[in-house]
Design a protein around this ligand. Sequence first.
Ligand code: FAD
Length: 417
Amino acid sequence: MQRGETVAVVGAGMVGVCCALELQRRGLKIQLFDRKGPGQETSYGNAGVFARSSLIPLNNPGLWATLPRLLSNRSPQLRYDPLYMLRQTKWGIGFVSRARPAAFNRTATALDALIRLSMPAHRRLMQEAGVAHRLRDNGWIFLYRSAQAFANSRFARDVYDRFEIATQELDPAALRDLEPHLLPVFERGLWIKDTCSVDDPGRVVEAYAALFQARDGDLVQREITSLQRNSQGHWQLRGRDGRSTTANKVVVALGPWANDLLEPLGVAAPLAFERGYHQNFAAESGATLARPVYDTAAGYVLAPMEGGLRLSTGVELTERDAPANRTQLELAEAAARQAFPLGARAGSEWLGARPTLPDCRPLIGEAPRHPGLWLAIGHQHIGLSTGPGTAQVLASLMLGEECPIDARPFRAERFIV
Ligand SMILES: Cc1cc2nc3c(=O)[nH]c(=O)nc-3n(C[C@H](O)[C@H](O)[C@H](O)COP(=O)(O)OP(=O)(O)OC[C@H]3O[C@@H](n4cnc5c(N)ncnc54)[C@H](O)[C@@H]3O)c2cc1C
């Protein structure tokens, strides 16, 4: 790829906006398309955590012990639609089979590299975009309701030690010192110190997009309905408004909607949807949290946001567009009310879908058989954290430059032939 060539990035969530910024920084001319505005979908509604500890996906060697409980479909961490899972049998087998230690180690190593690459870039971008004040550098806390539950987290703690992730075990008094408004229902905490969070993820993406525009980037609100390679080898993007654009290369960064454009090209990725909900709350009588907390028994994250407290749920495996089902959110709310003096609900619930490949690694690279079609998709639970690292990997590959981390674990050929 030559500097000065044009690239169309489709999707302005955290991943797409970061790709646009990085390619622009490297001298390419970028048009960024989104059918809404930047950061209004999955990148808006998440828990806002940039977590080093998120290198352990759900399909880790500990899955075997928890599988019977998860399959009962009563766990607040994971619920599923059995009919959806029947249709996703291949994905399910691929997912569960990657809980083997060797496969898990490959994924954890790859995710760790991507997360570590991303954090310094986020810090730089937040400075440049004028949103550094939104960043909290004080970690997050995993909460355990019994000493036994903490003991059961041995596997995860060993992984954190192996990857040199700074943690500190907390007894109830130490927990109270850090988070005085938590109610006394937790026997232990694990403070993951190498973690940051933001108080409004959607606003951060908006600010990054504004930075892209301030640097002469072209942000276009348009729903793209098809991609086609023309006889000159350029990519033509057709919009729902009837307009077309041509670019030398295209980057698909459509999060859960990626296959809407990839399927007609015969390069669909095996994505399943780990849906999640959030509900915002006022805090009662000034109670607050200094950092996000994860209640390991109930599977929710409670995070302080600019507008109050955001309760976000675990995983609901179902169709992306299936109607909302409040069960998981209500279970999480009941558990969170035992843990923290939550006030009234603020606003209505939000629902989003984490797009997940069977090995839980994002897919970053050129699509096989489709020169000039680049993919940055499948960011499951960590797309907010890993947007900038994804962008660096993608830009290096596109420009034929040395990649800052091993890009092979993310290549498209894992799933697309
Ligand atoms: C409940 C929950 C909590 C989470 N918590 C965290 C967290 O704490 N930390 C973390 O790192 N990650 C978290 N995640 C995951 C994270 O939010 C996602 O991985 C990330 O937002 C994915 O970003 P993206 O840019 O790939 O997708 P998106 O943000 O969904 O962006 C895709 C964009 O494509 C646009 N689009 C769709 N179709 C079209 C079309 N045809 N034409 C043009 N534009 C289109 C959409 O409007 C959207 O803006 C969480 C997710 C959920 C659901």
